[in-house]
Design a binder for this molecule. Sequence first.
Ligand code: FES
Length: 140
Amino acid sequence: MPPLSRRNFICGSAALAAVATVPAVAATGIKTLSNGKTEIDLVTNTSLSSVGAVVELDIKKYGKVAVVRTSKSVSGFSVFNLSCPHAGVIVKQSNGGWACPPPRGHGSEFALNGNLKVGPASSALKAIKFTATSKKLTIA
Ligand code: FES
């Protein structure tokens, strides 16, 4: 093995630091089923165990999607598309909810569960059907 150069050490350390700071969320226990549905194993993926927790996914069928834990009940989730209903800009988490920021967005704001708070959008973020048990959440 060749000696480790200063440059390779610094680049390797930076890459390791980047990996270490990525939150351990979406990938664990999430799979696409053969019927096209997406399944989150709630036992393996504990990131949705707390009320207010959010997992963002990129699903082929829907694009950017958020799964939000809204209560401790078995079906206490909201699943919705992150495309703003006003003109399609992807909303971002902001102040405990979602915002559609400039320059592409026009300032609409949504509650954490996707409900509309401030326009110009005239409706909530588009809900996506799902089923949930104590062990898994399946996005239709
Ligand atoms: S696209 Fe979101 S407010 Fe216009």
